[in-house]
Design a protein around this ligand. Structure first.
Ligand code: GEK
Length: 244
């Protein structure tokens, strides 16, 4: 059993809100935190399995970059069926990887998972048919994002797919305000107080840097993908499918 707890990290007033980090306290509440914070997360996860099933090619590698506790890793694993693919899941948070190991052990999928604690900027992607970045790129320094996407595009075979999910922002102010307000409504409806919402927002301010849908699409095309489309959007949360 892995001990999971409800997220109340920001429930009491803090003297000083420090930058958000993927430490042990966050890893312990992560399934509850992400489901109550990210609109569409519970839809996106099973769809990653479906997309993997369509794009995975026999005897290739599939990668889940920024795997946290392995929700998208396990969806990919079940989408792989009998493809003889290798599945590599990477996160640079030791707390996440330790717990992820248990979730993988509890799962009955046949494909072995190569779980690594590493910075996804340091790894070589090769002979890949499917790569997932499910809400991870937003935590990578903006200056490092083009290189990261180019290395994914270079490591994918022709016709291979990148699933990229991100929180986005909108340049027309009215659209940004409306979708952000709906995101906060979503959090309130899931039991977060205004204090929790505002302290979490401060904690993420310098850590999670969203970009626009247009910026994402253009950079995907510039990185070597031939197509980049939005397959899912809920408020200011979007998932792209980019094909090499
Ligand atoms: C899911 N994909 O459940 N190298 C490796 N990992 C990193 C790096 C980095 N440079 N930067 C951040 N991470 C998951 C959810 S969470 C999204 C992904 C969220 C990791 C970080 O440690 C964390 O586990 C993950 O990216 C982002 O489908 O919390 O909103």
């Amino acid at each position: 059993m892995v001990d999971q707890q409800p997220d109340n990290i920001y429930a009491s007033p803090l003297d000083r809100v420090t930058d958000f980090a993927f430490d042990d306290a966050v890893a312990r509440v992560f399934p509850d935190m992400i489901q109550r914070s990210v609109p569409g997360y519970t839809t996106i996860i099973p769809m990653i399995g479906l997309i993997t099933e369509r794009y995975a090619k026999p005897d290739t590698n599939c990668y889940d970059l920024g795997c946290s506790l392995g929700a998208s890793t396990l969806a990919m694993r079940h989408g792989l069926k009998n493809t003889q693919c290798k599945l590599v899941a990477i996160d640079n948070s030791e707390a996440m990887i330790k717990r992820c190991e248990h979730y993988i052990e509890l799962d009955n999928g046949a494909t072995p998972v190569d779980l690594r604690c590493d910075d996804i900027r340091n790894i070589t992607i090769e002979n890949a048919s499917v790569v997932t970045l499910n809400f991870t790129l937003q935590f990578i320094r903006q200056a490092d994002r083009p290189k990261m996407l180019k290395s994914i595009a270079n490591g994918l075979r022709k016709g291979g797919a990148l699933i990229l999910s991100e929180k986005v922002h909108f340049s027309p102010t009215a659209e940004q305000e409306a979708l952000e307000a709906l995101h906060y409504d979503f959090k309130r409806a899931n039991g977060y107080s205004d204090l929790e919402i505002s302290q979490k927002r401060s904690a993420l301010e310098q850590v999670l840097i969203p970009e626009t849908i247009e910026e994402h699409k253009q950079r995907l095309l510039d990185s070597g993908f031939s197509e980049a489309l939005v397959w899912y959007q809920c408020f200011n949360f979007v998932s792209f499918l980019a094909i090499k």
